[in-house]
Write a protein that binds this ligand. Sequence first.
Ligand code: ADP
Ligand code: MG
Length: 433
Amino acid sequence: MRNSSITPEEDLYHKLKWLMFFRILFASLLLGSTIIVQLKENSFPPDKSFIVLHGLIVIIFLLSIYYAFIFRTVKTRLLFPYIQIGIDTLLVTLIIFITGSFTSIFSFLYLVVIIYSSMIIFRKGSMIMASFCSIQYGILINLEYYGIIDPYFLKESSSIGNYAWNLVFFKVVITMLACFAVAFLSGLLSEQLRRTKKELSVMEERLERVEKMAYLGEMAAGMTHEIKNPLASLAGSIQILRKEIPYDPEHDKLMQIVLRETDRLNALVSNFLLFAKPPAGKIERVDLESALAETIKLFQKNQDTSRRVSIMSDFSPNIWVEMDPVHLRQVMWNIILNAAEAIEGGGLIKVKTYPLKHNYACIEVSDTGCGMTKKLIQSIFDPFFTTKSSGTGLGLSIVHRILESYNTWLEVESEVGKGTRFTWKLNRIDIPT
Ligand code: ADP
Ligand code: MG
């Protein structure tokens, strides 16, 4: 059902591809500009710094080729972007070092790295990269300030020794602060973007389903009508025949089969209509305790499973909800019926209600039945999905449809061989007693 939404992994790949492209673009631009400067200065042999810069560019190209090679096969999927961007910060430090350390104009490149890291590895990642950049910059400037390393190519006049220590300190602190501020802000934005994207894709999916269902509903209503009428005449004719023709046990058996099967077809078609076009409910205030007790009583009376399956109820008093009681009964009936059918031999179904904070309440139905695998759970709400030889696969689809109209949802937890628990969280209302 989902088509337009891409997985996070694909998204990551996509972004990494762009990053690799821009890295190469950056290296090419750097190469181009150094060549132009060199040609202008016309210095031969080239300056020492240019050679190092060219070396750096070659490293970036080689790294890019390497990344491209291991791109699809790399095992550490989550670590890969961290490693790539981490290496980028080292390269930036190197560029800053070559172009004059403290006086280099390239310290802004840290911010560029942090911004794209927030787009790729989000808030946490960009914060990590910001710390990484700050540490590198701090170490670099300190080493230079204390004369442990020499700034790479510099005329004496612009060496760090000419600056007051507080100016140096100030610039380092400002750079670090800038790194964290940018990481924080761009991280915030990217998290927001990520959330919005997710919400959008959920909404898209929902809309698509609603559209499909509306169409299906119209079709089903027409079809049901067309099927039910001939079925009724069929059953009626057989009943008349049964009375008219002399009794013969063979014929009677056959006619009973026809009647039974028409009943079954009738139920299936009605169920399908219920699923495809559920009637709008009449909202009432319902006391969960009495409504559920009644449903369970009815269930035990009607189902032959009740002899082997016992139902235990544990209801909190005074929970009121607003919904159509017919819908409530239908949902509970389908869930309890499934639970009973999941139990082979003897077993127990527990139905429990309890209030939650913020005007919510929960209904829990747990059974000691066969349970389901994770994969199975993903399909149980699909129409016509069933694992039973005589199932219709419509029970939970109807439940789904009804819940959708109340904006609530069922949670399913299950363990194969142990049992299943359906948890239904719904809105509770306060009734002045
Ligand atoms: P049906 O009951 O006609 O098969 P449903 O839509 O009611 O259709 O259920 C779909 C499927 O979900 C069932 O066939 C069953 O495999 C699974 N299922 C539902 N409830 C349970 C449960 N409590 N325990 C185990 N499996 C369940
Ligand atoms: Mg069912």
